[in-house]
Write a protein that binds this ligand. Structure first.
Ligand code: KG4
Ligand code: ZN
Length: 344
């Protein structure tokens, strides 16, 4: 089956062509147009994002089809939740019209399920069963993935997502948006965190799985700790150390929670996804923790970690192969639980 994937949930207009069956797929093309305009405002401006998608969607899809060297596809997969509704609607409306005109089925895809499939596009063994940590700008999800389509939601953030915490801390440190890569670079260039050490949120000794915060994370307190440190020091001298202390705390927390999940379910694989999975320090810390235990860690390359339509085509293919289809009344939703959830 040949699937056209479309992603417009935030500030990337993306289209991709994917061909294959089950886990045996090949990516024929991937086009990602990033809307850099938002960096002027220090965050994504929804109305600007929708308008930019509208201008870009036709040429982006045309380029994906021509890069793949195809004129016919068998189905269209499109992100329809969660995300900015106005932005999602551009992709959803285009996908429905394209599918109707070409007499092919359309399938709505949950953006985070897309992130879950991204790593498998590059790593043949990043397939279930595995423990998944999805860390993006809008979500932080810790899942046990028994098989594609069967997900146990173990933990999530109670406030800021991991990427959002990076972006907000970057702002406090006077770094550009999106902040993740800037904080990472600054932290990596700083030998140690000096006098700064921030508590690991929701990580305590003697916690048990019966505790409601055993798997959940929370980063708003960490952000406040950064704010206090910024106010009480001369930022020109401490910027690097604070970035380092923040990143150390956030990464330690994610590594600890992921370790608990992999241990409870006896998983031999950990799969990372979402924009924060671009963070090489996070990936290295996961490897350092898991590899001595014989657990493999898989992370997508930056192009597939951040928002892209290849992962949407891949998740869509899975649903299409199960015989699922969306109707032409497919709508966009700002929030929606990931499909396939089973009781934890
Ligand atoms: O998955 P994504 O592209 O979009 C959403 O679905 O939200 O993730 C974007 C997020 C941003 O918050 C960005 O700062 C973060 O990923 N990010 C990083 C890095 N690269 C991107 N965070 C930490 N370190 C990085 N190297
Ligand atoms: Zn995303």
């Amino acid at each position: 089956m040949r699937v056209l994937g479309i992603e417009t949930s935030c500030d990337e207009t993306s289209a991709a062509v994917l061909e294959g069956e089950g886990d045996d797929v090949s990516l024929k093309s991937l086009v990602i147009l990033s809307q850099d305009v938002h960096s002027i405002f220090g965050g994504v401006v929804p109305e600007i994002a929708s308008r930019a998608h509208l201008t870009a969607i036709v040429p982006v899809v045309e380029k994906a089809l021509s890069d793949a060297g195809v004129t016919r596809i068998d189905a269209v997969a499109v992100t329809n939740a969660p995300g900015l509704v106005g932005a999602l609607l551009v992709g959803v409306s285009f996908a429905k019209a394209y599918a109707f005109a070409n007499k092919v089925p359309v399938i709505g895809v949950h953006h985070m399920e897309g992130h879950l499939f991204a790593t498998a596009l590059e790593h043949k063994d990043a397939t279930p069963p595995f423990t998944a940590l999805l860390v993006s700008g809008g979500h932080t999800l810790l899942l046990d993935v028994e098989s594609w389509g069967t997900y146990r939601l173990l933990g999530k953030t109670r406030d800021d997502a991991a990427g959002e915490a990076f972006d907000k801390v970057a702002k406090l440190l006077g770094l550009p948006y999106p902040g993740g890569p800037h904080v990472e670079r600054l932290a990596a260039a700083t030998t140690n965190s000096g006098e700064f050490r921030f508590a690991r949120p929701m990580v305590r000794r003697n916690q048990t799985v019966a505790d409601p915060d055993f798997y959940d994370v929370s980063f708003s307190g960490l952000k406040t700790a950064v704010l206090t440190a910024v106010k009480q020091s001369n930022l020109e001298q401490t910027r690097g150390q604070i970035a380092r202390a923040f990143q150390d705390s956030l990464i330690d927390t994610l590594v600890e929670k992921t370790t608990r999940a992999a241990r409870q379910f006896g998983r031999g694989r950990v799969v990372l996804g979402g924009g924060v999975a671009c963070n090489a320090t996070l990936v290295a810390a996961m490897r350092e923790r898991f590899e001595p235990r014989g657990v493999q860690v898989f992370a997508p390359s930056p192009r597939l970690a951040t928002d892209n339509a290849a992962m949407i085509a891949r998740a869509g293919l899975f649903h299409l192969e199960r015989g699922e289809r969306s109707e032409l009344d497919l709508n966009a939703f700002a929030s929606q639980p990931i499909p396939g959830l089973v009781a934890a």
